[in-house]
Ligand binder design. Structure first.
Ligand SMILES: [Ca+2]
Ligand SMILES: [Ca+2]
Length: 95
C-alpha cells in the first residue's frame, strides 16, 4: 500500500480527537488535555519539557486566537513545527 501519508493524517486527527473529547469543548484541547496528549503521544519530546512553566509558554505560543484552548488548526501548527525540527535534526545527522 502507498497510503502512508493518508494514514499519518488520519492518525493525527484521531489523536487530537481522542484527547480533545475528554473534557469541556470536544473540539479543543484545554491545557490538561494538551498535557496528557504530549505526555502519552510524544514521550521523547516531553522528556525535555519537565517543568510547568515550559508547558505554559508552549500553550501560550500555540494559542493563536487567545481563547486558552488549542484548536485543531493550532495543534497542526505545532505538529508541523515539531516535524520540521525533527526533519532538520535528521538532515544534520548525515553531515
Ligand atoms: Ca476538550
Ligand atoms: Ca486557541
Amino acid at each position: 500500500m502507498f497510503d502512508d501519508l493518508e494514514t499519518a493524517m488520519a492518525t493525527i486527527i484521531a489523536v487530537f480527537q481522542k484527547y480533545s473529547e475528554r473534557d469541556g469543548d470536544k473540539h479543543k484541547l484545554k491545557k490538561s488535555e494538551l498535557k496528557d496528549l504530549l505526555h502519552d503521544e510524544l514521550p521523547d519530546l516531553m522528556a525535555h519539557v519537565k517543568d510547568q512553566s515550559t508547558l505554559d509558554s508552549l500553550m501560550d505560543s500555540l494559542d493563536a486566537d487567545g481563547d486558552s484552548e488549542c484548536n485543531f488548526q493550532e495543534f497542526m501548527r505545532f505538529v508541523s513545527m515539531v516535524t520540521v525540527c525533527c526533519h532538520e535534526f535528521f538532515e544534520h545527522e548525515d553531515d
